[in-house]
Ligand binder design. Structure first.
Ligand code: FPP
Length: 253
């Protein structure tokens, strides 16, 4: 049976296996894995998988908007992905521009705001220009925040924060006693964005791959064997439903 987002219901999860609109995760983060394997299975070059992955991004953004998710963070390119063959790296880093060229009008219609996390300045100029244009164009939109993790690595992010804080302490612009978790969070790329409530990883691997290590401390994890290009609205729905069946205790009882 196909279970679709439009069947969002006010019923509690005990009363129904349909999604309750009261307990939608505020922030969903996704590790979009399996593009290469999807292509290989079809005898296609790896880039064909990344291209198909862009269509999935479009579908899942629309679904997130309909489900009333507030922030969707997508792991698009990691600091480790530079190790891939040069041609593949160049291809992936052209995808934001292609995606925005095709879908920016529909993102505007859907009131979506684009943001990024990661070392933006180290990206190729064409990627920076396309994404900066979209950030500027969508900056007054008040709906879903679509947050691309681009040249993102969590250890790099944490180390950068530590270095900045150390400088502030040394220059006596910060008092050691005022350094708490909230203050530390303000030095991360995710400053001002709530931590993910739900992490989804496609492609069958059960690891974090240097993704949001600080921010995922109390996040609910959901893994699927489905490869990213095969990920559908129904599978997203399944993940949201699984989230709604979890009991979050944050270390309490
Ligand atoms: C991981 O799959 C995927 C990536 C490193 C790239 C992710 C990029 C996209 C989904 C497209 C980007 C979309 C936009 C809108 C900019 P993999 O290549 O590691 O797959 P494998 O594990 O099967 O080899």
């Amino acid at each position: 049976m196909s279970m679709k987002i439009p069947f969002l219901s006010k019923q509690s999860k005990e009363e129904s296996d349909s999604l309750s609109e009261e307990n939608i995760p505020n922030h969903v983060a996704i590790i979009m894995d399996g593009n290469g394997r999807w292509a290989q299975k079809r005898g296609l070059p790896r880039f064909a998988g990344h291209k198909e992955g862009v269509s999935t991004v479009n579908k899942i953004v629309k679904t997130a908007v309909r489900a009333n998710v507030k922030v969707l963070t997508l792991y698009t390119f990691s600091t480790e992905n530079w190790k891939r063959p040069k041609q593949e790296v160049e291809y992936i880093l052209k995808l934001p521009k292609e995606f925005l060229h095709v879908y920016l009008p529909s993102l505007m219609e859907n009131n979506v705001r684009i943001q990024t996390i990661g070392d933006f300045q180290a990206l190729p100029d064409h990627t920076q220009e396309a994404v900066s244009y979209a950030i500027e164009k969508t900056k007054n939109n008040t709906g879903l925040i679509l947050n691309f993790a681009l040249n993102y690595g969590s250890r790099h992010e944490i180390l950068k924060a530590v270095k900045q804080i150390a400088t502030e302490l040394k220059e006596e612009n910060m008092d050691m006693d005022s350094l708490d978790e909230d203050t530390f969070s303000k030095y991360l790329y995710t400053k001002g964005v709530s931590d993910p409530d739900l992490l989804i990883r496609t492609g069958g691997e059960c690891r974090l791959s240097n993704f949001m290590l600080w921010q995922l401390a109390y996040t609910e994890f959901w893994f699927t064997d489905k490869l990213w290009p095969e990920f559908t609205e129904d599978i997203f729905y399944e993940a949201l439903l699984a989230y709604q069946q979890r009991k979050r205790r944050y270390g309490g009882i």
